[in-house]
Design a protein. Structure first.
Length: 270
């Protein structure tokens, strides 16, 4: 696929997906959505990739839906995603609940780190929230945005945000659609790591490299799956599944290497 709204690169077992419409603060379009899913599919299918990093080019992460696209919805009399039937479906096939826009992140086999380098609004904030881990530059503005456009909370954010930061905090941010800063996001637990802007990407890649080096890919894959599937089932089912997985994975090569490295007091070679 010819990439016009994103950039994709792989280095040191880390796949980088960069939203690349800097003149529009990387505002979301159907083209960007299509390319983003294609990039994720490439990362999923590449056995060398252990971690996926998503960020924005220039001053912004993603300023939400492009204003021209928003105007186009009025002309069409309803929502038009601007994507074709041949769009890639990374993460599909794990659970029916995950086979929808953005929820497909839950079906991926590799962790996604959002590097929020600038403003994230609307669908941009949604994208960041569906990542597993969030790093952010200090002083960046965030907002759910939908209320100011007379719209509902977007793409399952009304389900996801309360689970990330608690019902009370999420309800306030969703109802008000107010702007809040990454400092507040860090304080309430939405952002895991807050750094000065010039330190953001080096910190993200150092974290990603350590994750790729020290955590078995089989463990990453299964742990992500456990977390997101467990959101939809009871504790008894979770415990039973974990015991079944424990028995199965102890017969695998990653477990053998992990134990050997522990006994030999060295880094594992996964």
């Amino acid at each position: 696929m010819e990439l016009k709204a994103t950039r994709y690169a792989v280095e040191n077992r880390i796949a980088s997906i960069t939203l690349s419409r800097p003149h529009r603060l990387n505002a979301w379009t159907g083209r960007m959505h299509t390319e983003y899913r294609w990039c994720l599919e490439q990362a999923e299918e590449n056995s060398e990739v252990r971690v996926i990093v998503v960020t924005g080019e220039g001053r912004g992460f993603c300023a939400g839906a492009d204003s021209q696209a928003l105007e186009g919805h009025i002309a069409k009399g309803g929502y038009d995603p601007g994507t074709g039937d041949d769009i890639a479906n990374p993460g599909y096939g794990i659970r029916p609940e995950f086979d929808t826009n953005f929820a497909f992140h839950f079906g991926l086999t590799k962790p996604v780190i959002a590097a929020i380098n600038g403003p994230a609004a609307g669908v941009g904030l949604v994208l960041a929230c569906f990542a597993d881990i969030r790093f952010a530059a200090a002083g960046a503005k965030l907002t759910t945005a939908h209320g100011r456009l007379g719209l509902p909370a977007e793409f399952g954010l009304s389900w996801l945000l309360p689970r990330l930061i608690g019902l009370s905090r999420a309800q306030e941010l969703l109802i008000s659609s107010r702007v809040f800063m990454t400092e507040e996001a860090h304080a309430i637990g939405l952002v895991h790591h807050l750094l000065p802007g010039d330190e953001l990407m080096p910190a993200v890649y150092a974290y990603a490299a350590n994750l790729a080096k020290t955590v078995a890919p089989s463990s990453t894959r299964i742990t992500r799956q456990q977390v997101y599937i467990d959101l939809h089932r009871d504790i008894g089912s979770s415990v039973a599944e974990s015991e079944s997985l424990l028995n199965r994975m102890m017969a695998g090569s990653d477990y053998k290497e992990g134990v050997k490295a522990l006994l030999e007091k060295r880094e594992p070679n996964f």
